[in-house]
Every structure is written in C-alpha cells, then in structure tokens.
Design a protein around this ligand. Sequence first.
Ligand code: ADP
Ligand code: MG
Length: 240
Amino acid sequence: MISMADVNKHFGSLHVLQNIDLEIPRGQVVIVLGPSGSGKSTLCRTINRLEPIDSGRIEVDGKVLPAEGKALAALRADVGMVFQSFNLFAHKTILENVMLAPLKVRRKKKDEAKKQALALLERVGIANQAEKYPAQLSGGQQQRVAIARALAMNPKVMLFDEPTSALDPEMVQEVLDVMTSLAKEGMTMLVVTHEMGFARKAGDRVLFMADGQIVEDTDPATFFTAPKSDRAKDFLGKIL
Ligand code: ADP
Ligand code: MG
C-alpha cells in the first residue's frame, strides 16, 4: 500500500531522511518510534507530499506520488492524516468540519455528505456533538472529530503523527480506542506515538528511527523485549 524506495530528504545541510526503503502492505499497522528529531514527522509528511523529497520514489497503492496538480490532490485524498494539533475549523460546526472535504474535493451532494459525516461521527462516538463548535469540545473529542474528518475522504492509508501527545492524560485512551478499532477493521496505518501500550497491542510492526534512518524494523514483541541496536536500547531505557 505504501512503498518508499531510496528516499532522501534534506533540510539545508541536515540529511533528515537517509536512503529510506520501506514497504507497507495493505492492512498493516506500523508504529514509528524514535527520539525527537529523528525524522518521524518528516517521514509521515513525505508520504502525502506535505514535504517534497530530494530523491527516491514513493508510491501509494501502486501509484507514484505526482509532484503537483490534480493528480496530487487525488492521491493526497487517499492518505488521511491526523496531527498532534487537531486543526479543526473553529467557525464551522463539528458536522460541517467533517462534511467540508467530501463536498469540496469529492464533490459529493450535500445530503449524501451529511449522512456519511453523521455515520462517521457515530463511529468515533461523538454524533451527539454534531452541531457544536470545536471550542465546545474536549481535546479528546476534537481529536476524534479530526479522525472522522480524515476518514470522510475514504482514505486507503491513515497517518497519525503523535495524535495523543497534546491531550490531557484522561483523554488519551478514547482516541487510542478509535485508532484500535480502525486497525481491527483493516485500515493501513502508520502511527508515530509514544503510547507504548498501544504500540504493543495494536501494532503489527515497529520501525525505530534514529538520525533519519530506520535502525530497526521488527515486530513489537521483539522490539520491546530484545532491541538490537544501542540506540533503541537507550531509547527504551528512557521511556519504559
Ligand atoms: P521527529 O518527528 O522525529 O521529532 P522531525 O521529522 O520533525 O523529527 O525532524 C527531523 C529533523 O529535521 C529535526 O532535526 C528537525 O529540526 C528538522 N526539521 C524538521 N522540519 C524542518 C523544517 N521545515 N525546516 C528545517 N528543519 C526541519
Ligand atoms: Mg515529530
């Protein structure tokens, strides 16, 4: 579903992604771990071309990412992304937030978009808040809306970049629960997270990044019990 071949990316003299080769099959849940600054967010952002790459090749569902234009917009719609900050439109209701992209980008009819949006809000457990504005919701609720909004485009892949890092502790689980159910339904997911319980339970695979490289690529049980590299051992020593 996602294929990266010899991908390189620099920010000035900083080589943030170094010869990244990665194949993610359909339905796999990939957890991305690594110290701050190791390139996790950049990796996510290159997959839907929020960041251009310097060299290499990225494919989503067998299609090479085009540089720009309509083809890029279409492909980007296949890749849902949820960030640490929820980025909801403050002056639109929850329902309007979820309906917006299907109306504008997918050119859906209004009643159809509304029906789908309500079903998605139901799925993330928040349909009863549909007429409220983002500021009236808790952080956990807002992040669930952000997930519903991303799902409204019927993406083939979902990217999550530290989706619970900005939340108060008591709201983390409700967001992880939504992500867990998505994973169980077979969504292909790339998840940058510090939630190790989630990583162990929901992850099929762990990528450990350091200095712009994928240093370990293994299953969660192996990573957490028998990390190979000193970088990973050091990282786990600090967080566990
Ligand atoms: P992580 O998500 O693992 O913390 P990032 O992908 O955000 O790491 O960043 C990797 C490196 O690239 C860091 O050193 C960061 O400072 C740098 N970086 C990220 N975005 C930019 C940018 N837009 N311009 C310059 N440097 C950047
Ligand atoms: Mg980051």
